[in-house]
Design a protein around this ligand. Structure first.
Ligand code: MG
Length: 316
């Protein structure tokens, strides 16, 4: 090709997207978004939960209590309400996700750690965002958090179709394909996540795992064993709260026995795991009890600041 010709469009696009910060080093970071880079437990997850329940009620033509039960069932069987809705009701995933992530006041709902952009920029290595959320939402959160420029690519749920099937995290095929596309050997990749069951699922694929615990919250009592309409008047009392947390842990333990993929799901505090809005107004939110680092977790940190300091100290 003559030197005077401009580079092909694809190359120009890649040059334009070169992210800010320290991209040196051999590591490639695959960052989750919600509750990893920002506090989604605060307002966003409860809102997503509400919107999902309303969507299911609309599609099924039922009340919200019934919709909540259906969601619990799908969450337990398939790991996500969406997958059950696709399988049994033929919903359009894009429509579902759009409806579940419509926030007119998103800017006021995003909470980030001070200095987050600087921490990410200083972390050596390439950075990709890999989220089960939709692309528009992910980019909006990144913009609000002021960290969009740190990532060379945003891999959202729309990019997680594999051979005609939607394969969100923690699907191994989806991640393997992503690593091939990004030209990353598995041993150079680090998945940074709050959802420890995802990390467990990817253990054994060769990638490294970092567990971020700082934003983990649970609600007491948690789904799926909460009783709609149960008395809540004494829930501010700390002993009641402790008892509820213990109950949550026990129930999660029971469920874990029947569903290997959801091991340690007491810390899987995603929108899916929170109580329906009908009860959430009266339910105290408490910090999750974080267990010790499981063997399949390579790094356990509370925050991006801690991760950046640790990796720079180790010279990675
Ligand atoms: Mg997350």
């Amino acid at each position: 090709m003559p030197a005077s010709l401009p580079p092909p469009r694809r190359v120009r696009a890649r040059l334009r997207r070169r992210p800010a910060g320290d991209n040196s080093g051999r590591m490639v970071w695959l960052f989750d978004l919600d509750n990893t880079l920002h506090d989604a437990s605060h307002a966003i997850f409860p809102a997503i939960n509400r919107l999902m329940t309303a969507y299911v009620a609309r599609v099924l033509g039922c009340d919200e209590a019934t919709a909540s039960r259906v969601r619990v069932d799908y969450w337990q069987r398939y790991g996500a309400t969406l997958l059950g809705m696709i399988r049994h009701h033929g919903v359009d995933p894009a429509d579902f996700l759009r409806a579940a992530h419509e926030f007119p006041a998103l800017a006021g709902m995003v909470r980030v750690q001070r200095g987050l952009a600087a921490h990410l920029r200083r972390l050596p290595g390439r950075k990709l965002l890999v989220t089960n959320a939709p692309q528009d939402y992910a980019r909006a959160v990144l913009d609000i958090a002021g960290i969009g420029h740190c990532f060379e690519r945003v891999v959202a749920i729309e990019q997680m179709w594999v051979h005609g099937h939607l394969r969100p995290k923690p699907d191994r095929r989806m991640l393997r394909r992503l690593l091939v596309q990004a030209r990353v050997a598995p041993h150079r990749a680090v998945l940074v996540e709050d959802t420890v069951s995802h990390l467990k699922r990817y253990a054994g694929t060769g990638i490294r795992t970092a567990w971020v615990t700082g934003y983990l919250r649970t609600m007491a009592p948690s789904r799926p064993h909460d009783v709609p309409g149960a008395p809540t008047s004494a829930q501010d009392d700390s002993s009641r709260r402790d008892a509820a947390v213990r109950s949550t842990l026990e129930a999660e333990e029971d469920r874990r026995a029947g569903h290997a993929a959801q091991e340690h799901s007491v810390t899987l505090v995603a929108a899916e795991s929170q109580v329906p809005q009908a009860q959430s107004g009266n339910v105290p939110r408490v910090r999750a009890r974080v267990p010790n680092r499981p063997a399949y977790v390579d790094i356990k940190v509370q925050s991006m600041h801690q991760l950046q300091r640790r990796m720079r100290r180790n010279g990675s």
